[in-house]
Design a protein around this ligand. Structure first.
Ligand SMILES: NC(=O)c1ccc[n+]([C@@H]2O[C@H](COP(=O)([O-])OP(=O)(O)OC[C@H]3O[C@@H](n4cnc5c(N)ncnc54)[C@H](O)[C@@H]3O)[C@@H](O)[C@H]2O)c1
Ligand SMILES: N[C@@H](CCC=O)C(=O)O
Length: 541
């Protein structure tokens, strides 16, 4: 037990390295890339203290060179998932009882390992396995992951410090217990940082976790487990299983000890998980916490007063960085007629200069999309737009999967504001633009709000403060992360807590105190120093 009321190191955002030619970090990441690309890793299941190799493996292939094999990962069977629950529950008592400063130390050490000795490795794994350019890998797998770890430690101490008042003669205390049971963390392919945060945030608060990464993030998932182990995380606190998602969910959500799910991924999958939890509700020891951050159809709305170069740059970056595979990516835009010719000219010039290929070639701005099924889906939407009466492809539109799953950054222009790609999440480098009459600004605000079921991110551009105020109010429920004169991507931990409502999730704001509060169950303790010894009130005489 602590013998002091400790202060933790002040959290700060990890500075983003430049990787400019001639820098040490560029040399290091390229060396790590080469080494990983020319070897084959074998990613096991991590259950308790064991690394389990089931022999039922799947290959890991870089999306930009899909015939290349850079490793294998092992798939779990039912018995392994049950074993992971057992290992978690076995670790629980000791982990939950460990003094908080030791839990904090483990995750602060993980942050420093990522900032130093593991930086090149985790970035290279993210570049290869998830097809991120070096800058996109750096802001995700290095900086955002480090930020989650550092800031969560600080938030944890704020939660513990928040105490009720005590009136004379009594002492009221609040303790924040971990949940009874285990947490199921399910993570998406597109952010290594999210994969690290979803199991580690509940673990930091004293919980034990079974983590299921995405099949297309296994290369960096393996590195995350290496980092946690080297940081000193005790066996069984975070157990990693991969394989058939439906089977894994059936076992975990079907367990009496299931205490919560920490999910990030698509809305459909989250809805299924919620329904499964509902079906099992009478089985659980405690009501499970359900936290899910899901899809988006994120908008950029320009006012006639906005500056065309700013709008065009926000679209180039917001829509096409990481091939549009951010839940926050700008995927629908509303541009007033008066500035459209300039915005169009600048945007198309930007796009003409974007190079696409392997992340190893650092002159590439974009790379491949994650899988063949994603490629096929995107190609079908592009073809449909080419054949539509109410839409046209005005830039890009080509695709080729012979070597990698390459989809050219594409812009669809539509005069139908409810055109399919204005409403449906595509999750790729496809931006749909609707040009509106300047006089229809207010109608367009309504349109932006009502067009999609999602409410994750959105951006408005304007030089007119009245218009900014009006849009901020009109779009109050349209986005959980709302940007004024900035692109809708790139939230920073501690600065722009992230998440949305409506079909975009439970809005529990990853990278904030609000998220950590979901992983504890407070107990109020009242202690009376001198208890009464007579039941009669004074007025009874
Ligand atoms: N709101 C956010 O913060 C946020 C962040 C990143 C990604 N996303 C969303 O994630 C999606 C893209 O990621 P993805 O393609 O990895 O999503 P996905 O929904 O296909 O997969 C997410 C995770 O769920 C797993 N899964 C699939 N079926 C399952 C089941 N029946 N039971 C349990 N797990 C199951 C997958 O294996 C993966 O680990 C997009 O919709 C994007 O908007 C949202
Ligand atoms: N937090 C990231 C998006 C995560 C989802 O993919 C951003 O703000 O761009």
């Amino acid at each position: 037990m602590p013998k002091g009321i400790y202060n933790v190191p002040k959290a700060f955002n990890e500075p983003v390295k430049s990787y400019a030619p001639g820098t040490k970090e560029r040399e290091q990441v390229l060396a790590a890339f080469k080494e990983m690309y020319n070897s084959t890793v074998d990613v096991p299941l991590y259950i308790g203290s064991e690394e389990i190799r089931t022999g039922d493996t799947k290959t890991i292939n870089p999306p930009f060179d899909h015939k290349k094999v850079v490793g294998h990962y092992h798939q779990a069977e039912k018995q392994h998932v049950a074993q992971a629950i057992e290992a978690a529950l076995k670790a629980k008592t000791q982990w939950a009882a460990m003094a908080w400063e030791h839990r904090a130390s483990i995750f602060l050490k993980a942050a420093e390992l990522l900032a130093g000795p593991y930086r090149a490795k985790i970035n290279a794994a993210t570049m290869i396995g998830q097809a991120k350019t070096v800058h996109q890998a750096e802001i995700d797998s290095a900086c955002e992951f480090i930020d989650f770890l550092r800031f969560n430690v600080e938030f944890m101490t704020k939660i513990y410090a928040e105490q009720p008042v005590s009136s004379e003669g009594i002492w009221n205390r609040m303790e924040h217990r971990p949940l009874e049971g285990f947490i199921y963390a399910i993570t998406p392919f597109n952010f290594t940082a999210i994969s690290g945060n979803l199991p580690s945030a509940p673990a930091l608060m004293g919980n034990v976790v079974v983590w299921k990464p995405s099949a297309t993030q296994m290369l960096s998932a393996g590195v995350i487990m290496e980092v946690f182990k080297e940081a000193g995380l005790p066996a069984g606190v975070i157990n990693m299983v991969s394989g058939n998602s439906a089977m894994i969910s059936e076992v975990l959500i079907g367990s009496r000890d299931f205490a919560g799910v920490h999910f990030t991924g698509s809305t459909g999958v989250f809805n299924d998980i919620w329904a499964k939890i509902g079906q099992n509700i009478s089985k659980y020891k405690t009501y499970p916490r359900i936290v899910g951050e899901t899809g988006g159809k994120d908008f950029v709305l320009a006012h006639p007063s906005s500056i065309p170069a700013q709008v065009a740059t926000a679209l180039s970056r917001g829509a096409f960085e990481y091939q549009g595979q951010k839940c926050s990516a700008a995927s629908r835009a509303y541009i007033p007629k008066s500035i459209w010719p300039q915005v169009k000219e600048l945007l198309l010039a930007d796009m003409a200069s974007m190079k696409m290929g392997s992340p190893e070639d650092m002159s590439n701005f974009v790379s491949a999309v994650i899988t063949e099924s994603s490629f096929d889906k995107l190609a079908a939407f592009i073809d449909a737009a080419k054949n539509a009466n109410d839409a046209e492809v005005i830039a890009g539109g080509n695709y080729d999967k012979s070597v990698g799953y390459f989809i050219e950054p594409t812009v669809i222009l539509t005069d139908n504001p409810k055109y399919d790609t204005m409403c449906t999440e595509l999750f790729g480098p496809v931006l749909t633009i609707h040009v509106y009459e300047d006089a229809k600004w207010e109608e367009t605000l309504k349109l932006v709000d009502e067009t999609s079921p999602y409410a994750l991110t959105g951006a408005i551009f304007s030089q007119d403060r009245y218009a900014i105020e009006q849009a901020t109010k009109a779009l109050e429920n349209s986005a959980g992360n709302f940007y004024i004169n900035d692109k809708p991507t790139g939230a920073v931990v501690g600065q722009q807590p992230f998440g949305g409502a409506r079909a975009s999730g439970t809005n529990d704001k990853a990278g904030s105190i609000l998220n950590l509060l979901r992983w504890v169950s407070p107990r109020t303790i009242k202690e009376t120093f001198v208890p009464p010894t007579d039941y009669r009130y004074p007025f009874l005489g």
